[in-house]
Design a protein around this ligand. Structure first.
Ligand SMILES: *Cc1c(COP(=O)(O)O)cnc(C)c1O
Length: 455
């Protein structure tokens, strides 16, 4: 048996040619998006003013297991994929663990994260439909950057509503987006009715993802030739991100490696949903079993402390309702929270899988996350994004547990991106300014009380 290399690389021709649609193998399908007015499932016609046609078809398709990746998308994927699956030999040695640790590194493109996998697909379908452009929100800025890149590939106009606090704290992210031709507006803004309403109700607000989503949706529906695109949460995004898991599985299969534990950070759930998809598929079909762990911030604990309920994806309450683990559409993590993953809800697909006991979730405090980030950077060399570092934290914890029990488990985690634009967060960590305050039950109850009454 060959020794396992540091980097398991597939060749270009080994990039999967179809995305895997996990929903096809789920007995309990994720609940459909619901029309907030009629409380009936959203139809393709109702979604058409907001989303691109083919993406709606993908969103609503719960039955087709494999969806072919168009050649043009595959061509763009080949510019930065396959991404490497790394064996963390040095981390294993540093932790003195018998565990074998692997990570799938998605940070090797200018956007610095996995989000480009879906951005390229969404821009392609928008162009194919003959649209002029797309609108979106971005928080930390990775999604906006990825979408700006994809829109420049396909010559589409790109309007990004960026959460105001990030717009101000991350001027470099903003300029990267402008370099790729996007128009970037801090949210809430005076440009939209919903922005003006939120500003009137909460003067001085620094914004939230939910608020930026409302603005981006409003702009798409009021400008002919525009549609709204979203970088996480939706079924279609998990579908596009299945490329991460399919490549991971192909790389592991080359060496006959079977993981015991799969770990990913969870904001809206897209990288984790993508990483686990082929493995979860085997689990659903009864062919194999894996432990799957979603890691979220203790200050934004949608899986571990949220409600499984229909809720709005946006603050302005203009989007369809999604059934998901949620903290309520008005939830905003404490101002001191620096680690990303701030969305109040979670992918409906992952929410259903979690509800059915097919995966676990763990919430981690932010200082422990940044400690793991720094330890990882010093040992493995890659400067991880704070989001990704949630997964690193739990991978290290599991590897340390293996040291204690003597079990040589195989751990695979998703290293979703790099942290170069997050140095303000690292600066606060180094200065000892991050606190681990987590919301009280009473804090969370405020969000739960505002959940829409359906069912
Ligand atoms: C956006 C982002 C995440 C979280 O989003 P998911 O949809 O949960 O994957 C994680 N890591 C990085 C680097 C990101 O940019």
């Amino acid at each position: 048996m060959n020794e396992i290399p540091y980097k398991i690389l597939l060749s270009e021709s080994e990039i999967p040619r179809a995305w895997y649609n996990l929903r096809a193998d789920m007995k309990n399908k994720p609940a459909p998006l619901m029309n907030p007015a009629t409380h009936r499932p959203m139809t393709a016609e109702e979604l058409a003013p907001v989303f691109c046609e083919e993406l709606i078809a993908q969103e609503l398709d719960d039955t087709t297991p494999y969806i072919e990746i168009p050649d043009e998308i595959l061509g763009y994927y080949k510019m930065y994929r396959p991404s490497p699956l790394m064996r963390a030999y040095r981390l294993e040695e540093a932790l003195q663990t018998p565990a074998k640790i692997y990570y799938k590194f998605e940070g090797n493109n200018t956007s610095g994260s996995h989000k480009l996998n879906s951005a390229i697909a969404q821009a392609y379908y928008a162009k194919k439909q003959g649209l002029k452009g797309v609108t979106t929100e971005t928080g930390a800025g990775q999604w906006g950057t990825a979408l700006s890149m994809a829109c420049s590939y396909f010559d589409l106009d790109c309007k990004v509503y960026m959460v105001k606090v990030s717009y101000e704290q991350k001027p470099f992210r903003r300029e990267v987006m402008r370099t790729y031709g996007a128009a970037v507006t801090p949210s809430p803004s005076e440009d939209t009715a919903v922005g003006r309403k939120i500003l009137a109700e909460h003067p001085g607000t620094t914004g939230s993802l939910g608020c930026a989503i409302s603005e981006a949706v409003e702009v798409s529906t009021s400008n002919p030739g525009y549609r709204y695109v979203l970088g996480s949460v939706l079924n279609q995004v998990l579908l596009h991100q299945s490329i991460i898991g399919l490549e991971t599985k192909a790389a592991l299969d080359k060496y006959g490696i079977r993981p015991d534990i799969l770990i990913g950070c969870a904001g809206g759930g897209s990288n984790l949903g993508g990483l686990i998809s082929p493995f979860m598929g085997e689990k659903l079909r009864g062919e194999a079993d894996y432990r799957i762990i979603a890691v979220e911030p203790a200050s934004c604990p949608s899986f571990t402390r949220g409600r499984f309920a229909y809720d709005f994806c946006d603050t302005g309450m203009i989007c369809p309702l999604a059934k998901m683990y949620t903290l309520g559409a008005g939830f905003i993590p404490a101002p001191n929270h620096a680690g990303g993953l701030r969305f109040h809800g979670m992918s409906p697909t992952l929410s259903q899988l979690y509800h059915d006991g097919l995966m676990e979730a763990r919430a981690v405090p932010q200082n422990a996350v940044f400690e793991a980030a720094e330890q990882f950077a010093r040992i493995e060399g890659i400067l991880p994004a704070p989001e990704s570092s949630h997964a690193i934290r739990v991978a290290i914890d599991e590897a340390v547990r293996c040291r204690e029990t003597g079990e040589a488990k195989t751990i695979v985690f998703g290293l979703t991106g790099t942290g170069y634009f997050d140095m303000t967060a690292f600066e606060k960590f180094h200065a000892g300014l991050l606190d681990d305050s987590i919301p009280t039950d009473a804090d969370l109850q405020i969000g739960f009380d505002q959940l829409p009454k359906v069912e």
